[in-house]
Design a protein around this ligand. Structure first.
Ligand SMILES: [Zn+2]
Length: 83
């Protein structure tokens, strides 16, 4: 009788939002889970899988990476409300 098909939009790529855990270490595996690819491990170059933005996070003294170093500058993989 009626065309009741609902179009809920294009399938979204699996966005790592609420279930994404913060990678504590510089790990290719962990970064991949949050939508980040490692371009260059030695120079710490990261690339957003969603928008292909490349960035180099600052490395703190002691070789530590600051919180949120894995977040895309464009905010692709940032959970809402948190920074
Ligand atoms: Zn991005």
């Amino acid at each position: 009788m009626s065309n009741d098909l609902k179009w809920s939009g294009p399938a979204r790529p699996s966005a790592p939002t609420k279930s994404a855990r913060r990678p504590k270490r510089f790990s290719t595996f962990e970064l991949k889970r949050v939508g980040v690819a490692v371009l260059d491990e030695s120079n710490v170059q990261l690339q957003c899988i969603a928008c292909h933005q490349v960035w180099s996070p600052n490395i703190l003294s002691g070789g530590k990476l600051h919180r949120g170093y894995w977040k895309c500058p464009n905010g692709c993989n940032s959970p809402k409300g948190k920074f």
